[in-house]
Ligand binder design. Structure first.
Ligand code: NAD
Length: 723
């Protein structure tokens, strides 16, 4: 029974000040749910009604202030409330906003003593207090990150913040989810004062006893928006320009920033009470739509579960790696060495000779040097990190390593040679991971005498920045090796997905399907500019022709040849192969030599006009809507095939991998959220339509036809049991 949980304690001191301490029993963080709201409302009633209470301080009994809404519960509730009538939903989505409004109009002054991080609803609670005192400690960050999960700050955030600091100043916090350190928060006017943590409550009390006010500025008669409301000539251009920029950056795929802009515009023309109702209406719209649902599910729920060890074999004690052997000091090796050293791991960075190994370390030197220059890191911290990276060509230094990652050339023979050398020196229990992009782990494991300790750890470029690691389990990989590898990924503070072994695993075959299909479009006579623009409008971060130039056409051709040699029986050349070959033969190797699908010059890049001579554009071009669908569907169909073949262990791995690893648009929540959002039967019908239009490779696999026939989904109550 939620009603009985005492989330907020109310203690009244002899001075008549009530201390409201938020301390959710049994949880490590304060989150906002029904029990929180009921408990806070109970305290507000008491503060309002008890004549002995002069005012209140709201603080937290945990390290952080309040983390925000309980998104886990919210995600689960969506199924239950799907058929609720609109007035019921409106009541529900407005409930927190009403509690906060009750707080600020209770007639007694209330101070937020923000002792640690206050995010989302937590910061909105603080905004509803008459004064905000923030602990002056780096951990006390404040912000409204809702937009990053497709939501909006719907408990007054879109209304109180602009009334406090002005519409334009509020925009980055609301529309980009920017957060602020204590220093920034004070400067921007988000809080009234900073206090040393030990003095926080005393400062709040002092204000209550000396100069209190129980009325918010926006409830004062004659209140005016700082800097003017949306119709003010100083502010109106921000909406015009802002709207254009928003359309350009989101391609109209993200409803939340648009809704926030509407809250700002419409809300600023209304008194607060009415403005809060407008905000609730927009919150309800975005929260019930598929975009926020997919984003919450993948970027919050699934990400959290993956990081907590969803696929980690049970019963094995966690182990931290102390010494990493990083073999291959190229682009990937340099980045992995840097991130490991940053997390306190000693790194032996090996390449073919000392000079090559030192070039790998230079990557870390440059990256950290920039941080020091920008004042983000102290010089001695940089030196300590760099001291942990030892460049060498000597394998003997690996005799006490507990983890090795190999990132030498993508060549089976080179990798086999390195593996044999490692076998000769590594201790028995050291895990040997390969960073191959596509070669099957089981195949590479043939080179070692201990295949049980062999595993794939697929990092993404740049390895020190990209958040995902795809962990690939070979046929012989042991549970202990998988657990150890996952511990290592956690130590690097990256998000793991775990997949079964197959050529291209999950992420490489997934992005490969998109790039291959798109280059194939060139040969179909589709205008290259249309291909690039439609991909970007569908939400891909970079057009497929530009990506191929970046990776290099030469590399793509060689990778195809090596696949053909390695898998003479199963290799099927993709649709892109003839196009890539022609460019390769013309010496157009890609971005690195300034010539590929694009010509690269001082002022940027333009599509190479000669492409039209090689592949004349057809007179009738496809409808852009169909091309955008094709971009999203060709990848979702490939993901469904990977699921059908058992490469993926769960839809969550596919969704996380696609967004965090290879840039599938976040607004979809990933291919499986996308398929569920469309509805499996509707997805099957549309994939068949695209198959009729563009080719058999767009047809849905049998798995999806079966799911459609049985009313199954990837998530929720009707989820198919995939493993
Ligand atoms: P790279 O060419 O930048 O670096 C490879 C390094 O390995 C070079 O420094 C080379 O001197 C070294 N090397 C070659 N043979 C060696 C040997 N016998 N002993 C020791 N060192 C040797 O390549 P990269 O882009 O860093 O890729 C490395 C691996 O990571 C490949 O398997 C690749 O498929 C994979 N990968 C690359 C990316 C990417 O985006 N570049 C992403 C994921 C995975």
């Amino acid at each position: 029974m939620n009603m009985k949980i005492e989330v907020v304690r109310c203690e009244v001191g002899a001075d008549g000040i009530a201390l409201l301490t938020i301390d959710y029993p049994g949880k490590s963080m304060n989150v906002i749910d029904q029990a929180f709201m009921d408990s806070l409302q109970g305290c507000i009633d008491r503060v309002r009604d008890d004549p002995a209470i002069k005012g209140a301080v709201v603080t937290s009994g945990k390290e952080a202030f309040v983390a925000g809404a309980d998104l886990m519960a919210m995600e689960q509730n969506l199924d239950r409330t799907a058929d609720d009538p609109l007035p019921v939903l409106f009541e529900k989505y407005g409930s927190l906003s009403r509690v906060f409004r009750n707080l600020e109009t209770c007639g007694k002054p209330v101070v937020a003593a923000i002792n640690g991080t206050a995010m989302g609803g937590g910061f909105e609670l603080a905004l509803a207090c008459h004064r905000r005192v923030l602990a002056d400690t780096p951990a006390a960050v404040v912000g409204l990150p809702e937009v990053k999960l497709g939501l909006l700050p719907g408990a007054g955030g879109t209304q109180r913040l602009p009334r406090l600091i002005g519409i334009q100043a509020a925009m980055p916090y609301l529309m980009e989810g920017r957060h602020a350190s204590p220093e920034q928060a004070l400067k921007a006017g988000l809080v009234h004062e900073l206090a040393p943590p030990a003095e926080l409550i005393a400062r709040a009390r002092r204000w209550l006893l000396e100069t209190p006010t129980a009325v918010q500025p926006w409830d004062e008669k004659g209140f005016r928006f700082p800097g003017g409301n949306a119709l003010d000539p100083r502010v109106a251009p921000a909406f015009v320009v802002g709207n254009t920029m928003l359309q350009a950056s989101t391609q109209q795929n993200l409803p939340a920033p648009q809704a926030i802009q509407s809250c700002l515009y419409e809300g600023s023309l209304l008194p607060l009470e009415k403005a809060l109702r407008v905000e609730t209406k927009y919150l309800m719209t975005v929260a019930c739509g598929p975009v926020s649902r997919g984003m919450i599910r993948t970027l919050f729920v699934s990400k959290g579960k993956a990081e907590k060890g969803l696929h980690r074999p049970a019963g094995l004690p966690p182990l931290q790696s102390r010494k990493l052997g990083m073999i291959g000091a190229g682009m990937m090796g340099g980045g992995i060495a840097l991130v490991a050293a940053q997390r306190g791991v000693e790194v032996v960075l090996i390449d073919r000779d000392q000079a090559a190994a030192e070039r790998g370390k230079a990557y870390a030197e440059k990256a950290l040097g920039k941080q020091v220059e920008r004042g983000r890191m102290a010089a001695d911290e940089r030196d300590a990190i760099l001291a942990r990276i030892r460049p060498t060509a000597d394998y003997e230094l690996l005799r006490d390593a507990d983890m090795v990652v190999e990132a030498v050339f993508e060549d089976r023979a080179v990798k086999a040679e390195v593996t044999r050398r490692l076998d000769a020196v590594l201790p028995e229990d050291c895990v040997l991971a390969t960073n191959t992009s596509a070669l099957p782990i089981t195949l590479l494991a043939q080179a070692t005498t201990r295949p049980g300790r062999f595993i794939g750890l697929h990092f993404f470029s740049p390895a020190d920045k990209m958040p995902l690691v795809e962990v690939i389990r070979g046929k012989a990989t042991s549970d202990a090796t998988l657990a150890r590898a996952l511990d290592f990924v956690g130590q690097l503070k990256k998000t793991p997905i775990v997949v079964n072994d197959a050529r291209g695993f999950f992420t490489s075959r997934f992005i490969g399907a998109f790039v291959d299909d798109s280059i194939g479009m060139v040969a179909e006579g589709i205008n290259p500019a249309l291909i690039e623009n439609c991909a970007r409008q569908a939400g891909m971060p970079v057009g497929p022709l530009a990506i191929t130039d970046e990776l290099s056409i030469e590399l793509a051709v060689h990778a195809g040849e090596s696949q053909a040699q390695t898998f003479p029986d199963s290799y099927r050349p993709g649709r892109s192969v003839p196009v890539l070959r022609r460019l390769f033969e013309l010496g157009r190797m890609g971005r690195k030599i300034g010539k590929g699908f694009y010509d690269y010059g001082e002022s940027g890049k333009t599509l190479w006009p000669g492409l039209a001579d090689l592949y004349p554009p057809a007179t009738v071009q496809p409808d852009p809507h169909d091309l955008k669908q094709r971009v999203l569907y060709v990848q979702a169909v490939e993901a469904a095939r990977a699921m059908e073949e058992g490469v993926l262990l769960s839809p969550a791995d596919g969704d996380l991998g696609s967004i965090l690893g290879v840039g599938y648009p976040a607004y979809t929540g990933g291919p499986f959220c996308f398929i569920d959002g469309v509805g499996v039967p509707a997805f099957v019908a549309e994939a068949d339509r695209l198959g009729d239009l563009f080719g058999e490779h767009l047809r849905p696999p049998q798995l999806l036809r079966d799911m459609a026939a049985h009313g199954e989904t990837f998530y929720g109550a009707t989820a198919r049991r995939v493993m």
